[in-house]
Design a protein around this ligand. Structure first.
Ligand code: SF4
Length: 486
């Protein structure tokens, strides 16, 4: 008999629940048939404050709207677009008892993890360092690495195809805020110049003449916003490129608008594409983006299972690690088990939030990410234990424990890579150089914060920081040498 052993995390199998949407005054009369209709979901997305008011009735206090309005004017990098499916997972009715309208509901709404990244408000953000001095619009330099318009060639064998600059939902922390969505008062978005048909043809042409590429992430935006016939036509042609062995469809809408992926024409279309992929020995997978267990409902599970039933090889999750949303081991494990047990979605990655403007309040330090990776090990099957990764500019995804050296006082981590990106063909030092990622400054000890303040508006003296990193690495290798001798 096994003795009961207390564990830091207690696993419980939980039944998924679709929260009751009629608890919102604006949806009191919405029927299940309407709710499950993709078109109804799209038409009833919350796109502005007036629509949020109409939905909420007397639930929310006025201060929330003022906070949201100020954020939209002064901070937001993404415009507002929240499908009913996602709104309905905020302050879910399953959180019994439902908070009373007014102060209680407003407090619960402020604290809600899905609200925190889908409807950010001004008071959420840092006032000391709203942006890191090295935050940039296209922080991963995806645009710089376009082989043809919209096709990022960063890794040796993999490309990212940005098919469309829109999504079924807009996330406040979107790393592609440079390109995706409508312009906001703070951010005039980059516009794709070519016609979609010409861009897709150029992408396919590049893939045909670049046989070292074997893997395409077909993304956006969100492919759920492409007319199905256009997406299927592109996939059909992609499947004819002999060197392409892996195709991953990127769609947060599998969670945000599962109704889209349950439409008969889409299901039948996926089945056709999956059959062709199978015949040609190509692995077709769907990658989605779920950040909190509250988002995993029976409809999300139904969409995921349907995709698997019609031949998609795997549905995987790539979440983003964000403070208040999922920055505890319990929240991460609750989410992973909801995905794995309930929806047959494989937990795959959690990214550290990228260094885009006004994202500091969401970002966690590398040390915190390393701690979380440690804390979630051993509970899930190995194949479903997500890796927490840092997407280092000019490098790519690195597991958080792969850091070369780490100055915790200044919040700088240094990384190396083992390949050249498409823009480094002539760069002889690309694979011997250190690349830097920065912790949020407010998370540093006071001495580190003071150092950053002393650098003024133009950021830090990187030379000094790099020298410190080199010195600490030398010290580490000297210590290793000494240990080896003894
Ligand atoms: S779904 Fe993805 S691409 Fe679209 S806004 Fe959200 S994070 Fe950005």
């Amino acid at each position: 008999m096994t003795a009961h052993v207390e564990q830091p995390y207690v696993y419980t199998q939980r039944e998924l629940v679709e929260p009751d949407w009629t608890r919102f005054p604006g949806w009191r009369d919405v029927t299940p048939a309407q709710w499950e209709d993709a078109q109804w979901q799209r038409v009833n997305c919350v796109k502005n404050i007036k629509q949020l008011r109409d939905l909420m009735g007397d639930l929310l206090q006025e201060r929330f709207y003022a906070d949201l309005e100020r954020d939209q004017a002064e901070r937001a990098t993404m415009s507002m677009l929240v499908p009913p499916q996602m709104m309905n997972t905020m302050v879910a009715a399953t959180a019994d008892p439902m908070p009373a309208a007014g102060a209680d509901f407003t407090a619960a709404f402020y604290a809600d993890p899905v609200r925190l990244y889908m409807l950010p408000v001004f008071s959420d953000r840092r006032t000391d360092w709203p942006s890191h001095p090295y935050a940039t619009r296209d922080s991963l330099h995806e645009h710089d690495m376009w082989a043809v318009e919209g096709l990022t060639h960063r890794y040796p064998t993999k490309v990212l195809a940005e098919m469309i600059p829109t999504c079924a939902q807009y996330c406040g922390h979107c790393t592609r805020m440079d390109l995706v969505g409508n312009s906001t008062p703070q951010v005039a978005k980059l516009k794709l110049a070519g016609k979609p048909v010409d861009r897709y043809a150029a992408m396919l042409d590049y893939l045909q003449r670049t046989p070292q590429v074997r893997d395409v992430v077909v993304s956006g935006g969100d492919v759920a916003n492409m007319p199905w016939k256009n997406l299927e036509a592109f996939l059909d042609q992609l499947l004819r490129v002999d060197n392409i062995r892996d195709i991953r469809l990127a769609t947060k809408a599998l969670m945000g608008l599962p109704q889209h992926w349950l439409q008969p024409d889409v299901v039948e279309g996926i089945e056709r594409v999956a059959k062709t992929a199978h015949e040609r020995g190509v692995s077709l997978a769907i990658h989605t983006h779920v950040n909190n267990s509250a988002s995993v409902t029976p409809l999300v599970a139904k969409a995921s299972r349907t995709m698997l039933e019609v031949g998609v090889r795997d549905v995987r999750n790539q979440g983003v690690l964000m403070r208040g949303v999922n920055d505890s081991a319990d929240q991460l494990l609750d989410l992973c088990f909801a995905l794995q047990d309930g929806a047959m979605i494989t937990p795959y990655y959690f990214y550290m939030c990228d260094m885009i403007p006004f994202s500091e309040h969401w970002r966690v330090s590398l040390a915190e990410a390393q701690h979380l990776q440690h804390a979630i090990m051993g509970y899930l099957p190995g194949f479903a234990t997500p890796r927490i990764v840092c997407d280092v500019p000019f490098v790519g995804k690195r597991w958080v424990h792969q850091v070369e050296s780490y100055d915790r006082e200044l919040g700088m981590s240094f990384w190396r890579k083992n390949y050249r990106t498409s823009i480094e063909a002539a760069d002889t030092e690309a694979i011997s150089r250190d690349y830097v990622y920065y912790d949020p400054i407010y998370s540093l000890p006071e001495s580190g914060q003071q150092w950053w303040r002393s650098q003024g508006d133009h950021g830090a003296d990187l030379e000094i920081a790099m020298a410190r990193a080199a010195a600490s690495r030398d010290a580490a290798s000297r210590a290793a040498d000494l240990l080896a001798v003894h």
